[in-house]
Design a protein around this ligand. Structure first.
Ligand code: ADP
Length: 596
């Protein structure tokens, strides 16, 4: 298959050979013609020039004779060899100088067709006519010979047939040489093509392979010339390109993985608003697939597309979307310039953050409220005592002071519980892990609550084996948890109730549990999930009456979580409440669970 470079090479070679042969041919033919003309005039000058003055002199003296023309003819005949006269192409003529008539000569036609040339006219004026004209188809020389009354012109004329036939033969040879030259040049151009174009074709194939992303093969370097250097450079370039592409691919994979697994949503649009990228988190946060809807449907209300695109690259727009229950922070920023760029949308789920914020606000409001109530009581009772003065009986005064003391105790309890919670929250509260028998801890708690239970007329029963396992934990704090659960059972069960404590090991044998079951007021379904929250109380008045702060179960939950255990309500038929505490027997290496 001929490629254009092949054809170009052949054409160049053909053109080169042809033009070379044309120049050489023209030069040769001109040289031959000039040589022939020069030789003609050299012969003439040798015969009639000053070097042969005696011959010219002899001719003049012969001219004086009456048969001068014949005599001159005889003399010329003797010089015909030197003059190259052959009677066909080169002839001599003896003319009458006055009339220009032909008198004698070697021309068989007898000078019939002799034309009056420039040189003859010059000779008739008495001068030697030897002007040559390379363009004329003849060359001539006319020499005036005068003797006595006679004057003749010796006219020698060559019709250049010799040089013409020589040139024709030369042309034939040149044409033959041109033919051979053309053949050789075609063959040479093929050879050249093989050595030059083949490597270029291989380079082209290699480039095409690389364009398709195939970097497996390198090109063989077959020479050390420019093509060899080009091939080596090409191989180097391909390997650099390969490495660069691999690095880019690697970066892209990293980014893809990042986009795939990041919790923030990312959606990208090109300059025309067409979606070019979105990650799974974006679909989750928007609760719809961004591929199915336009920018205008999703974000136009937050900020028009053209406005975002026209922003400076470092600028961005921050806004917020509410998707169902979720709060999503939206950052809209342009990437690259206006023509080629687009808009990048980053979605950040702030639902938990907002909830935490709300909880914090609620907590602060609760704390303020919880502290304000006893403070108001303390202040009003103190004011009453002062204002009443002596009017207040001793008994009433003591009652009022009792209220002040109990309200102060309540505040103290709240502040103590808040401090405990704060320590647990900040992780400043260390758990003193040690091994202790689980059953002994329950026994101790039951002993300390027994009196209080009896005071309320409750029947406190227990059912657990004497050989409960030994567990690892902070015994003091865990007893505090049990006491809180048992204390609640005592508090929230009307007098004369039943409280039953059970304990044991889980079937898997890796945990211990304790359940406190009462037949008290119970917890309504709607409140069951919230009683572990801070300050949450089902019946505020009752809790306050019994000295509760609403923080007991929150503190208990924190402590239990630090032991990797659980504190929960058991769903059970009938009145009352059952609270279950479950703890692993062994704490993982490094002690308590990390606190967040
Ligand atoms: P408090 O100091 O008010 O007892 P807790 O955090 O210990 O605070 O308990 C939170 C709320 O859970 C209580 O106010 C009460 O309404 C409810 N509760 C806890 N234990 C029981 C129980 N055994 N029976 C009925 N209600 C209970």
């Amino acid at each position: 298959m001929f490629r254009s470079l092949h054809i170009k090479l052949v054409m160049i070679m053909l053109l080169l050979v042809t033009s070379l042969m044309a120049v050489v041919g023209a030069f040769l033919m001109t040289s031959v013609t000039s040589f022939y003309i020069d030789d003609f005039y050299a012969q003439m000058s040798e015969t009639f020039g000053e070097s042969n003055a005696s011959f010219v002199h002899a001719l003049r003296s012969e001219a004086t004779q009456t048969d001068g023309a014949q005599r001159i003819q005889t003399m010329i005949e003797t010089y015909s060899g030197t003059l190259g006269i052959d009677g066909r192409n080169r002839n001599y003529y003896i003319l009458d100088a006055r009339t220009g008539d032909f008198l004698a000569g070697s021309d068989e036609d007898g000078g019939e067709n002799l034309e009056l040339t420039e040189n003859i006219l010059t000779a008739r004026n008495g001068n030697v006519g030897d002007q040559s004209d390379i363009a004329a188809n003849y060359m001539d020389v006319a020499i005036p010979i005068s003797g006595g009354d006679n004057s003749f012109i010796i006219y020698i004329r060559d019709n250049r047939s010799t040089v013409s036939s020589l040139n024709s033969e030369l042309l034939l040879i040149i044409l033959q040489a041109l033919l051979v030259g053309l053949l050789v040049s075609v063959m040479l151009s093929f050879l050249l093509a093989k050595t030059m174009i083949d490597p270029i074709e291989k380079l082209t194939e290699g480039a095409e392979r690389i364009a398709k992303g195939d970097f497996n093969e390198t090109l063989n370097v077959e020479s050390t010339d420019e093509i060899g250097i080009l091939t080596t450079t090409f191989n180097d370039m391909a390997s650099v390109l390969h490495r660069t592409l691999e690095a880019v691919e690697n970066e892209r994979n990293k980014l893809d993985t990042l986009f795939l697994h990041m919790t923030d949503g990312v959606v990208a649009y090109d300059g025309s608003g067409t979606l070019i990228h979105c990650n799974p988190a974006a679909a989750v946060l928007l609760n719809r697939n961004p591929e199915d809807c336009q920018y205008s449907e999703l974000f136009e209300a937050l900020c028009p597309f053209n406005h975002v695109v026209s922003l400076q690259r470092s600028d961005f727009i921050e806004s917020e979307l509410t998707v169902g229950e979720r709060s999503v922070e939206v950052y809209l920023a342009p990437f690259s310039d206006e023509q080629r760029g687009g808009v990048l949308v980053v979605l950040h789920d702030v639902t938990e953050h907002r909830k935490t914020e709300d909880r914090r606000k609620e907590f602060v409001a609760n704390v303020s409220h919880e502290l304000r109530t006893p403070l108001t009581n303390v202040r009003s009772y103190a004011e009453t005592i002062r204002e009443a003065g002596d009017e207040l009986s001793r008994e009433m005064e003591n009652d009022f002071l009792d209220v002040v003391i109990s309200e102060t105790d309540r505040m103290t309890n709240i502040v103590r519980d808040l401090l405990t919670l704060s320590r647990l929250d900040s992780g400043r509260s260390e758990m003193n892990m040690a091994r202790f028998p689980f059953g002994a801890a329950i026994d101790a708690v039951l002993r300390s609550i027994e009196l209080e239970a009896r005071r309320h007329g409750h029947e406190l029963t227990r059912d657990y084996s004497d050989s409960l396992p030994v567990i690892t934990g902070d015994r003091g704090r865990l007893e505090q948890v049990m006491l809180n659960v048992l204390g609640n059972a005592v508090k929230y069960t009307p007098d004369g109730g039943h409280i039953h404590v059970t304990a044991g090991e889980t079937d898997a044998g890796d945990k211990v549990w304790m359940e406190v079951c009462d037949d008290g007021i119970g917890i309504p379904e709607a409140d069951r999930s919230r009683i572990f929250e801070r300050f949450y109380r089902v019946d505020k008045a009752r809790s306050r009456e019994s000295g509760g702060t609403g923080l007991g179960l929150s503190i208990a939950t924190e402590i239990v979580q630090r032991h990797n255990g659980t504190l929960s309500l058991v769903d059970r038929e009938g009145p009352g409440t059952t609270v279950r505490l479950e703890l692993p027997m062994i704490q993982p290496l490094g002690g308590e669970a990390s606190h967040e």
